[in-house]
Design a protein around this ligand. Sequence first.
Ligand code: NAD
Ligand code: 89Y
Length: 343
Amino acid sequence: MTVLKGALIGCGFFAVNQLHAWKDVRGAGIVAICDRDPERLKIVGDQFGIDRRYGDAEALFADGGFDFVDIATTVQSHRFLVEMAARNKVPAICQKPFAKTLSDAKAMVEACRNAGIPLMVHENFRWQTPIQAVGKALDSNAIGTPFWGRFSFRSAYDVFSGQPYLAEGERFIIEDLGIHTLDIARYILGDVRSLTARTKRVNPAIKGEDVATILLDHENGATSVVDVSYATKLSREPFPETLIELDGSEGTIRLTQGYGLQVTNAKGTTTTDVSPKLLSWASRPWHNIQESVYAIQQHWVDQLESGAQHSTSGADNLKTFALVEAAYDSAARGQTIDVGAML
Ligand code: NAD
Ligand code: 89Y
């Protein structure tokens, strides 16, 4: 089997998961890393035994010798680095949030299309085992035609200690976490025609909103609610679980806390454990996210090999990113936003 060579840019908090996962992925491995912070470069290079190290992405591309690039930096550098990959005709994966604005995101997709290179956004939440299980139950027609859904992520987990920049931005939960929840809603119930959102900041120590409630009108006529909060103190902390409720013409699906999948229809109710695997390098409670990192990276390689489209291609992600922008716009103006008109 051909082993694709990858280069990873951005050796911070989350990239460590990506590097662990690359070791498990069939058909690819990381041969070079880049970070403008020499300390991160040394820590991560030593941890994963990678000798080719760069402080500057231009120098990395100038040396070449890799088949794809995995961009794991924060959003500020995404457009610059994706366009650099396009200029060098190197297929690229880019972390979420894909861009700072929808117009940047559109330009990045266009640059990669013109260069003829595959572009995938590392939108991994739809690859989580429990989310895949919900999709499969729906596809098996277990509840008939879905007409209503709720996609809920409510927590008080301290995400700021690992990712301090999350406390500093004008925008927080929709751009950081809600982006995944909105993507799951699209993945499960299809594309969205229009959206209405309300936001709130509860935690006085952060700058952006930490609560959002978003009403989605899907193109297939279903209605759903995406509700996300990092200000919700519960007796049993659910981080990082997305809970799902779906009502269909023939029954209901409930993805409950603790990874239980309950399907009710004319045959009765079945409850299945859809817990993610605890990979050898993973740790609770992050294992659900960590397993999905492995799954999306394996998908990247599989689709490159077969020449098929990636599930979360740049073009696909524009439709999720538009929901993020529409949600902020709706909350600011108190109006319903026509999402189709943004694309
Ligand atoms: P981080 O700040 O810990 O790491 C980013 C690293 O990139 C830093 O070491 C920084 O020095 C480096 N960097 C920035 N710009 C660079 C450039 N131009 N050239 C070279 N190096 C550069 O951030 P993080 O917490 O690891 O987050 C990275 C991204 O991952 C964010 O976009 C975040 O939203 C995303 N993330 C995704 C998930 C997920 O489940 N998909 C989870 C957590 C974080
Ligand atoms: O950055 C976020 C993400 O993508 O998943 C969870 C997270 O780490 C904190 O909200």
